[in-house]
Design a protein around this ligand. Sequence first.
Ligand SMILES: [Zn+2]
Length: 293
Amino acid sequence: MVRKFWLVIRPWVVRRIWLGIAHPSLVLWYVKQKFAEVRFRGVKRGTRDRCWCGSKLEPPELHANYSTCGECGSYVNCRPPLPSEIRRIYSYDFYWQMRQSWRGWPAIEDRAALYRADGRLDYWIQLIARYGTGSGQVVEIGCAPGVLLADLQNQGYSCCGVEPDPKVAQWIHEHTGAEVIAGVFPEIEIPRCDIFLAFDVLEHVHAPQEFLAAAFRSLRRGGIAIIQTPIEFEDYLRPFATRPEFFDDLEHLVLFTDRTIRRLASVVGLEVVAIMPAEFSLGGLCVLRRPDA
Ligand SMILES: [Zn+2]
């Protein structure tokens, strides 16, 4: 019996001894990955049976934890983290170190270099130059690592960022000089603004309608909101076929189609100036405007 058991587990033991001798860094990486997974599983979740549009959601079919809203077409996470967990999830240690390492993505310290190198920073700045007001107050929700705010500040804009975690807000301020408010939008007050930015944020919020309604109230008349978020434009029955990682049920609470974005904008009173796939496989991009009157 013992011999049989040893024969079964021997390949596993030998492989791990070999890994430990030849590649101790791999063992450390493996342990860190497992530790991170335990922490992610420890996030408290609730259940959700209503879409942001108010419709009752059917049981998930598309994905273990996502339902498609039969009314508006949004893809809704039915087991989202509790709102009280948001600050912890997007904290310096949990999100900007452990979560990024687990994914193989750079930590906050290396994000600015990545955004400059892969072209997305120039892309965002061109969007703001093309659709924005050219001057005035900018507010960026979810502004880490702060590189966009710093560049816009150098162009003469007044800038203010928002991050849920005080440590992240402090880090950005120390490294870029930008003013950053710690808190979860729209729970916190932000300055009246001409340009409202939220890149890769809307999919992370529990109530996208309240988020955009607050953006509307924050914008001066004629002001512009530029929102980058996953948007499905073509195959609503098999969304994000080339980007299955968008169904990240720890982070993404609602995913959109172009039709749901138009509906959201209409509900809160924002005009749709443009809606299109974002460059660099960043999902979708929409430009919304608070009407003059
Ligand atoms: Zn809906």
